[in-house]
Structures are given as C-alpha cells and as structure tokens.
Design a protein around this ligand. Structure first.
Ligand code: NAD
Ligand code: UDP
Length: 350
C-alpha cells in the first residue's frame, strides 16, 4: 500500500493468485479452523487476497487439502492438520472458528464426535482467543432456531429445537457453542462475534455431502431423478458463498457482538427449488451444446425426522449494523455452481 498516492500494489509469486501487499501494521495473523471445508476455503481465498497471513487448522473430516492447495507454499499461508477437540497454541489476531461438519448426513455420521467438536472445539478456540487476546468469530447456524414457530427468524427468537432428535448433535452443539462464546465474553472479556448462517451453496461444496443444492445439481447433470424429501413444501432460503464471505469479514471487523443472521431472504419451497435447478442445468447444457443424458424427473423420498418446515432469515440487523445485504440472485449463483460441477464431471474428478 502506497500511502502517498493511496494506491495498492499486488504481488504475484508466479504460481499463486495475486495477493495485496499490506504494510506489516495492517497485516493480521488470522486462524481459520475448518479452513479446508466449503465455506472455509472461500474465506481463506478472500483473506489471502486481502494480504493477511492465514493459518488453516483442519482434520479433513469433510474438507479436503485440494480446496486450499493453490495456496500451499505461499509465504502468507500455512495448513495444519489438527483436530480442534485437542488444544492448540498459536499467536494470532483473529480466529474464524468454522470447524464442524455442516451437512445432516455428515454431522449425523458420528453424532458424539459432532457434539465434541462443537463443545470441546469451541472451548479450546475460546481458550486460545483468551490467551492471545484474539478476536473470535464463530460460525453458528440457523439450526439454533430448530423447526421455528416464528417466521422469518430474527436473532432474538430463542428457537424450537428437539434436544434428543437426530439433528440435536448439531443444533444443540451450536447452541452450547454460542453459550460458551458469550460465557467467555462476559467472564473473561473475550472479543466475540457470532454469525448465524442460513443455507449457503457454491462451488467446492463436497459433492458427497448430501445437502440439497449439491444433490439437485449433480442429479440433474447426471440425468438422474431429483430426490425431493417429503412433499417438498418445506422452505429454505439459499445464499451464495461470496455473499456469506462478505458478511463474515464485515462482521469480524465490526463492533457488533450480538448474534447476526447472515442469509438471503428469497424463500423457496424445496419443490420449486428443484424445478429452478432443473431449468438452470437445462439452460447451461443447451448453451454448451450438451445433449442431456435423459429427461430429469422429480421423485419424492421420505421426509427426514425433525426437518424444519420453514426457514428464512430476518436480516435487518445485518443491514443496519454491517451495511450488508446479499447481492447474488439465486439463479446466477446456481448457474456458477452448475458450471463448476459440470467441469468437474468432465475431468472425472467427481
Ligand atoms: P464443511 O463440512 O464443508 O466444512 C467443515 C470443515 O471443518 C471441514 O474442512 C472439516 O474437515 C472441518 N472439521 C470438522 N470437524 C473438525 C474437527 N474436529 N477438527 C478440525 N476440523 C474439523 O462445512 P461448511 O458448509 O463449510 O461449514 C462451515 C461452517 O459454517 C460450520 O461451522 C457450519 O456449521 C457453518 N454453517 C454452514 C452453513 C452452510 O450452509 N454451508 C450453514 C450454517 C452454518
Ligand atoms: N432435501 C431434499 N432432497 C435432498 C436433500 C435435501 O429434498 O436430496 C431437503 C431437506 O429435507 C431439507 C432441505 O432440502 O428440507 C434442505 O436440506 P439440507 O440438507 O441442504 O439442509 P438443512 O437446511 O436441512 O440443514
């Protein structure tokens, strides 16, 4: 950064994407737990491009080294295999604590481990924040509202969660993680930020992770039946990854210590969303001159237990305190993701 004429230089070390050259006083040491996952890897990209020093902790349960491999060897980047249920020590200025499986099949695969990750992992990272005086941001979730009786969901709604159902390991895990976060804030003065993230999609979602957007796109691209669970009248609001990353970085660098919903207000029934995905896939295939393998049908499968019936964020707080709002229309984001998966299918890597 050149203060005299207020310009920014970027450095290109040939094999890496260009990153901003920050003066040492502005460059932060940032720890991203779960940084090799879907959200984490996009956050890492943005923090690296902004010129910060980024350390990723991940046990690669649902994430993969390939999501951040383009940074390996860069002087500002470090990738560490570590399970957050074990303590970890590093000097840092900010901690983005993401480590936790996020898709229902993955977090239910080993429910006890999911609870340990949320509870012990968050305890360890808050302990680290306390020792190093780092600012701590946790990626909580709309799941803290459970199957909500208030619609849309504002941050002051306490939620409606089944504490013993199959989703409880994730929902209650995140709720206790929030409780711990505010415990350390009140008791020890840890500087905390809490993002309650609503359904987010985009490139690099693990194709096997079973969430609805990746399932629908891959099914439609492969010419398989699209699996709508239940009658498909349950609703979700889908936010594109770049909007989420904007929101996380704005929140981290704001003064807002209360929980903040980050999500989009455009609400779809799952059935309507399946039709939208099918249309976008057909459009992309037509533009690329690809003959679809077969006509894609929508089929219905049993509804999972405790599946929330309605979900849409009230994002007034994010607008007012962060001046944030999502910018990606759903069809545009889905098209990006369709093209990403289509390319991966052609190269045979998924
Ligand atoms: P993801 O599964 O792609 O990423 C999670 C990452 O955490 C993976 O890299 C995984 O290997 C790592 N991890 C899991 N357990 C760990 C452990 N014990 N120690 C170290 N690393 C561990 O999921 P995502 O969609 O990128 O979600 C990231 C965060 O955002 C999670 O905290 C999730 O709860 C939250 N979130 C995501 C969404 C969404 O729609 N994507 C919605 C709400 C909240
Ligand atoms: N869903 C679906 N078909 C799928 C996967 C999911 O109909 O192949 C539904 C699921 O029952 C839920 C919604 O889509 O109502 C979103 O599911 P996801 O697992 O993506 O996230 P959730 O919001 O449930 O955590």
């Amino acid at each position: 950064y050149h203060a005299e004429d207020n310009t920014i230089s970027y450095t290109t070390l040939s094999r890496f994407p260009p990153v901003r050259l920050l003066p040492p006083s502005a460059r932060k040491r940032i720890l991203v737990t779960g940084g090799a996952g879907f959200v984490g890897s996009h956050l890492v990209d943005r923090l690296m491009i902004l010129g910060h020093e980024v350390h990723v902790l991940d046990n690669f349960f649902t994430g993969s080294k390939t999501t951040v491999s383009h940074w390996v060897g860069h002087p500002n980047f470090e990738l560490i295999r570590h399970d957050v249920i074990e303590p970890f020590m590093i000097e840092c200025d900010q901690i983005y604590h993401l480590a936790c499986p996020a898709s229902p099949p993955h977090y239910q695969f080993n429910a006890v481990k999911t609870i340990k990750t949320s509870f012990m992992g968050t305890l360890n990272m808050l302990g680290l924040a306390k020792r190093t005086k780092a600012r701590f941001l946790i990626t909580s979730t709309s799941e803290v509202y459970g199957d909500p009786e208030v619609h849309p969901q504002p941050e002051d709604y306490w939620g409606h969660v089944n504490p013993i159902g199959p989703r409880a390991c994730y929902d209650e895990g995140k709720r206790v993680a929030e409780t711990l976060t505010y415990g350390f804030h009140r008791q020890d003065g840890v500087d905390v930020r809490v993002a309650r993230i609503f359904n987010t999609y985009g490139p690099r979602m693990n194709p096997a992770d079973g969430r609805v957007v990746s399932n629908f796109i891959l099914q439609a691209l492969r010419g398989e039946d699209m699996t709508v669970y239940g009658d498909g009248n349950q609703t979700r609001s889908f936010q594109y990854i770049h909007d989420l990353v904007d929101g996380l970085i704005l929140l981290m660098n704001s003064n807002e210590t209360r929980p903040v919903n980050i999500g989009t207000a455009e609400e779809f029934t799952v059935l309507d969303f399946a039709k939208l995905v099918r249309d976008v896939v057909a459009k992309v295939q037509a533009e690329d001159g690809i003959k679809p393998p077969k006509k894609v049908e929508i089929v219905h499968k049993p509804m999972p237990i405790d599946d929330p019936q309605k979900r849409r964020p009230d994002t007034t707080r994010a607008k007012e305190t962060l001046d944030w709002q999502p910018r990606w229309p759903v069809a545009a984001g889905v098209e990006e993701m369709v093209r990403y998966y289509a390319a991966k299918l052609v190269e045979g890597s998924i």
